[in-house]
Each structure stands twice: as C-alpha cells, then as structure tokens.
Design a protein around this ligand. Structure first.
Ligand code: WT7
Length: 710
C-alpha cells in the first residue's frame, strides 16, 4: 500500500554518487528462487504464534498500539501513558511514562513458579569438565551479590557505564543482569576483540570500571585474557579515560589461571570481593522505559566503531515478543543459541529475550567443532535441546567437517534458526534434512545490531519456509525497497535495491552513544525528504543492506551496500582494517575488499603498496597480520594480503576498490579506461590470480543489481 511518505520520497531524492567499492550486495552470488516447504505439523500444534489473527492485529492500521501486546509480556512497576512519542524524529520514545527493571523481569519474577528450574546450563569447552546447572534461584542470588559489589565496592550507580570484556561463561550474563539491576549501562565487548579494541570502546563510553576474566578455553587452547586487560587500560588512558578498577572473574574460582600479574590497588578478584556480599539483596532500580539498558559497539563505514544505545522498555518488550513468537520459546523448552553474548544476537536471544520468558538456555564456552564436529550434537542429545540457533558459517563448517554426525545422535529439534548472513539453499537443505532431521521448522532471521531484534523472518507455524530467503517482515515492521533515486523497487521488477523500514519499532536503537548527529546521518538522512518533518512516515530507517522482494512478499537479503564486510556474521569496517595497516611505517596505501569464502561467507582481503625504497617481503605481511590482531583482534585476520606496485586510481587519485574487489572475486573488472593508470590492473591481476587467466565467476542470473548498468 503506497503511503504518503512513499509518494513524496520518489520525487525528492537526488541521485547519489556511485561508490568506488564493490559492495557485498554487488558480489552476492545469486541462486534461483526456491520452492516452499511447509512447517512440520508437530511444530504447528504447539506453537506460540499459531493465530493468524495476530498478523491482523499488527497491521499498519493498528500501529503503534499493536506493540502493547509485546510490552504486556513484561512486568511494569508503572504502566506507560504513551505507546510511541514521535515528537522529535528520529529519536523515538517508546512506552513513555512506563517504569520497569530488566533484571527483575528476567530473574525475580520467575522465582514464584520456576525457582528450581535451570536458567542456564553451562557447558565448558573441555568435554571432561561436564556441565553446571544454574537455577533461577541461584541466578537470583548471584545477580544480587554482584549488584551489591558493583554498587558498594565499585561505586557504580544508575547511568554509569561499565565495559565488560568476557568469554562465554555464566559470570557474563550474571554481570550484565547485575548492571541492569542497578541501572548501570553495560557495554560488552566480544571476547575475541583485542585489548586495544576494548580500551577504545571503554574510552568512548566513558567507563571507569572494566570487568574481565583471567582466561578461558577456546578451540583446545587456553587464552590468557587478563593480559588484554592491561592493554585495554593503557589504551583507554591514552584516549583520556582513566580506569579506576579492573574487576576480574577467575574462570576456575579457586585458582588464578593467568600468567599476568595483578596490579595492586587496581586489579581485584571478584570471587574474593564477593565474600563480603554473601546473600546480599539489592532492590532493583525502577528505570524509565527510555533509560538506556546497554551499549553495543559495531563497525560502520567510518573508522571508529559506534556505540549503539538500546533502551530498557522498548528493547526488552521487543526481544521478549520476538523470542516468544519467532523463537517459539516456552518455559519447558531447552533452548540453545550458539552465538556469543558479546554480539547483539547473544544480548537479545541468549540473555534478555529468553530470560524474560523464563527459558532454560544452554551456554557453551567453546567453538562448535571442538574437539570434533560431533560436539554440538552430543550436547544437544545430552541436554535434550529442542531449539537450536546458529549462523550459516557454523552450519557450513559443521557440514564440511562432519556432514554425517547429526544422524549418529539422538536429539530432536522442533525449531532451528539461521542468522547473520545469507544462507545458500544447499546449506539450508543440509540444515533442514540432516541437522533438523526433517522435523524442525527453520527461521532465517534478518536483523542488525542497531535493530535490537528480528526484522524479517517467517512466522514459524504460519508461513512456508523458502531456502535462501529471510521471509516476510516481522509483525509490526513495514519494509520497503528503494533504488538510489528513491524510487520503489517492486516485487515484479526482479531487481535489487536498498531495504528500509518505514516505521519505528520498539527494538530500534535510541541513538549512537555521544553522537546523535551520526545516528541521524547514518540511518535516516538517505531517504528523508524533509528534516523538519514531525511525521514518522518521513523518517524511514536505512539498513545499508541490498535486498530483493519476491512476488510472494519474501525478502532475500544480499549483503551490505556500504564499506562494511560481514565476516562469518560479524561486522568489520574496511576503514578500521585500512587504518590499522597504515600505522606501519612501510605502508604507503592500503585497500580492503570483501571476498567470497565458502565457509565464512565473506572475508577481507588486503591490498597494500609500499613506500619508496621499501622492498616487498614476507616480514611485511606478517607485520600487517600482527598489527590487525593487536588493534582489532583475531577475527579480523585477512584471508590474503597482496603487495602491489600501485593501486588502480581515478584521475583524482582515489583508489578504485571496485576494481580490486573484482580481481579478488574473479569477476569482470568493468570499464577501466578512465583510470589514471589502467595498465596497473593487469599487473595486479597477475599478482593475485597468477599468469593464467582463470575463469570468471558467474554473474547474477536473474537479478538486476542497483548502481550497475547491466
Ligand atoms: C548484518 C548485521 C543479526 C544479528 C547478527 C549480525 C547481515 C544478518 C542476516 C540474514 C542475510 C543477514 C546483514 C546485516 N545479516 N542477518 N538472516 N540473512 N544477511 O548483526 O553484526 O549487526 O550484522 O548482517 O548484512 O546488515 P550485525
């Protein structure tokens, strides 16, 4: 249905300049439209979302009041008076006047019925360590004790920020919930990021307390994590942020498992300090619905990661609602989301959403294929997991390393999720037939750090599954696809465009921490015709993903259209990697491009040219890798580094990343005659592909790509 805003927008937008990069969406490998698969009857019979009326209740004419239904899943200390306040676009306010506490909602309120039920089942990576069960009663005790310590020992109060750099152990959600209890804003940094990356984020958020773990198991090795705390403190201080205390959890409570010395008066073992707070009870602080709950840093198009600020009421309502209806979590299920809590998936769909519903969740410390590709299925069988949630990268890896393993194990999934990247229909089918044994429904959920929760996915009991497509929009979400000129790309066009969400929803971030202008510019400026408009219809959310809409209303997501590379479902900014390279004195220029990878979806490849007089050698590539690992973390390690004599450039001197990406992906480099140095292209091609001209990758079959004249 065309809205007022849509009609206006088409005329108002001026064409955007063509980008010099080849984006993920443009190098997307296209597969043909697949047939429908109906959800299994056994699933439908027990589903939370089995009422087609609900779709009607969330239709646009009932917006925004429809979202009351999500908010009513929570306990409110005080009911809200205004569901959505749009008076200051795009800084929406949800459930205004309402008061609640997230920790109370995730823990305390379940005690009456479920105090003896498992909240978390922790599975350490070493298989011989067995698992530990944490009941809701135990979770309540531990969250209270930690909250008391954070308040009285660390001096934290409502509105303060705390940076948490921890692996997947129960102390991580416990610490987050303790912060939420006090109204302290947590900023969890993924454990695999370096100390330096953590320090920068701590400085940006203004944290004066860091929370760490001494170490953890990962892929069969022991990681000495305390070492990165020292680097984080130094980095934060260099940025002008002093750190008062570093609080350290011991992975094994009774022994310190790091080689790195503790620093007197600065470093403290939480396990020891907690003895003072045994059985302490901390009243949950009643927060305004709009008070921030947490920050989650993510990569953007500029060098600096941005702190996505999420609100308490709207966020919790949205993740509780989507966990209930799309993850189909019931209190009696055993739910396992194999993501890391250090990413938004873990925040929304391990911690806040599932706990708001009193779920029993598996928390696994390690990597899926350790010690072998049968591990996840052994865990699933042993713990009777029936809801399983993971990423295409993990699915590809497990399929490659042990495609027959699932059938050797006697588990039974009713529901499975894939999230974070597009999934190939072939991989989807293995997931469905082999992992799910043809009995489990699959949801392919498309969303982002910024969006708090799902945007597009099938309704598990009501919609057919279609391999390779995320599905229709979620309840209360109204997407649209526009081309660069603001013209709507309709389903019949078989063309890709920029997917946007026309309306606000409760899970959307509030702002970028400390940079509201960047929030407006990044997500709303592109398709906003009138910056003075007070009408939400004039403020569509720009997701920076390419997408195609099929005639059946299903969205297929192609990937990023900006300078972000989605590696194994994790976002890396090309600028972050390039700036890391440029800190080396030998490097003159650096360009990073996304390259298709059969396990990780996309990986970064780096092109560098050296300063005059510097000779190309192995040591330089090793230095580049080491620098990236130090400044960002191991997850950003490039697949290949190419040292080239010069970069292909425009006459104005801009590096043509599009040409480099085409070479790396063995695609057609397109017209290069207008370059300042067209001859360099063949030289670079030979360096990358060798002397023999390899076959070019197949181009898109059925979809016209935006920004390209094909
Ligand atoms: C980017 C967001 C969503 C939580 C984990 C990642 C890509 C996400 C899908 C999907 C195709 C997907 C998009 C998006 N993406 N889910 N189901 N199909 N692509 O959160 O790190 O903020 O990354 O991941 O490109 O923009 P994130």
């Amino acid at each position: 249905m065309p809205t007022k805003a849509l009609a206006k927008k088409s005329a108002a937008k001026k064409p955007q300049p063509k980008k010099d990069g080849l984006t993920e969406a443009q190098i997307a490998v296209h597969w043909k439209e697949e047939g429908d698969i109906r959800p299994p009857a056994r699933f439908i019979a027990q589903a939370n979302l089995n009422d087609p009326q609900m779709v009607e209740r969330f239709s646009e004419k009932n917006f925004p009041e429809c979202f009351r239904e999500y908010a009513e899943l929570l306990h409110w200390d005080q009911y809200w008076h205004t569901t959505l306040d749009t008076s200051r676009p795009p800084f929406w306010k949800w459930f205004v006047g309402g008061k609640l506490n997230a920790s109370y909602n995730c823990v305390d309120r379940h005690l009456a019925k479920y105090k003896n039920k498992a909240a978390f089942i922790f599975v350490p990576e070493p298989e011989d360590e067995g698992h530990t069960v944490i009941t809701f009663q135990e979770l309540y005790r531990r969250v209270n004790e930690v909250a008391a310590m954070l308040r009285d020992f660390a001096g934290l109060k409502k509105g303060d920020r705390v940076t948490i750099h921890m692996p997947m152990i129960p102390e991580l959600p416990i610490t987050m919930l303790a912060c939420a209890r006090l109204g302290v804003i947590h900023s969890v940094v993924f454990g695999g990021f370096s100390g330096e990356a953590c320090g920068l984020r701590a400085a940006d958020s203004g944290s004066r307390i860091l929370i760490y773990t001494d170490g953890y198991h990962r892929n069969g090795r022991w990681v000495d994590h305390k070492a990165s705390a020292d680097i984080a403190v130094k980095t934060a201080e260099k940025e002008g942020q002093s750190i008062d205390k570093v609080l350290i959890w011991r992975r094994y409570p009774h022994k310190y498992s790091s080689e790195t010395p503790m620093i007197m008066q600065r470093d403290f073992f939480i396990n020891d300090v907690l003895k003072e707070y045994r059985n302490a009870v901390v009243e949950p602080v009643s927060m305004d619905a709009e008070d921030p709950l947490f920050l989650m840093y993510t990569s953007g198009t500029t060098g600096k990661p941005k702190g996505c600020q999420h609100r308490t009421g709207g966020y919790l309502a949205y993740v509780a609602g989507t966990s209930k209806y799309y993850q189909d979590i019931h209190p009696e299920d055993v739910y396992w989301c194999m993501a890391d809590i250090g990413w938004i998936t873990g925040h929304s769909y391990i911690v806040y959403g599932p706990l708001a519903l009193a779920a029993t969740s598996v928390l696994y410390e390690g990597v899926p294929q350790f010690p072998d590709a049968g591990r996840p299925w052994r865990i699933a069988e042993r713990l009777a997991v029936n809801i399983f949630h993971t990423s295409p990268t993990a699915i590809r890896m497990l399929r490659k390393a042990g495609g027959d393993e699932p059938q050797k194990h006697n588990y039974r999934f009713k529901h499975m999720t894939t999230v974070g990247e597009p999934i190939e229909p072939e991989v989807w089918r293995w997931y469905y037939e082999v992992v799910g044994k043809g009995e489990a429904v699959i949801v392919d959920t498309w969303w982002q750090t910024e969006t708090g929760g799902f945007l597009c996915t099938t309704k598990p009991a009501l919609d057919a599954m279609k391999p390779g497509s995320a599905g229709p929009a979620c309840l209360g979400i109204y997407p649209v696809i526009w081309d660069e000129n603001g013209k709507e790309v309709l389903a019949a066009a078989h063309a890709a465009g920029n997917i946007c969400i026309r309306n606000p929803w409760p899970g959307i971030m509030q702002t970028i921490w400390g940079d509201p202008q960047r929030f407006v510019n990044n997500y709303y400026k592109k398709y906003n015709a009138d910056p003075n408009s007070k009408d939400w219809r004039d403020w569509p959310y720009y997701a920076a993903d390419g997408a195609v809409l099929a005639p059946d209303g299903y969205y297929r997501i192609l990937g990023r259209v900006d300078d972000v590379i989605n590696v194994a479902g994790h976002r890396l900014g090309t600028k972050e990697l390039e700036s890391a390279c440029l800190t080396l004195p030998e490097i003159a220029e650096a360009a990073v491009v996304p390259v298709v990878d059969d396990v990780k979806g996309r990986v970064p490849e780096i092109y560098v040219s050296l300063k005059p007089g510097v000779h190309s050698n192995r040591a330089i590539t090793e230095k580049i890798v080491a620098t990236i690992e130090t400044m960002i973390g191991k997850i950003a390690r490039p697949k290949r580094i190419h040292i080239v004599p010069d970069m292909p450039k425009t006459r104005s001197g801009k590096i043509m990343r599009r040409v480099l990406a085409a070479i790396s992906n063995r695609m057609d480099t397109g017209d290069i005659t207008t370059l300042a140095n067209p001859d360099i292209v063949e030289q670079v091609r030979q360096i990358v592909q060798g002397r023999e001209r390899g076959p070019l990758a197949e181009g898109p079959e059925d979809i016209k790509l935006f920004g390209e004249d094909r």
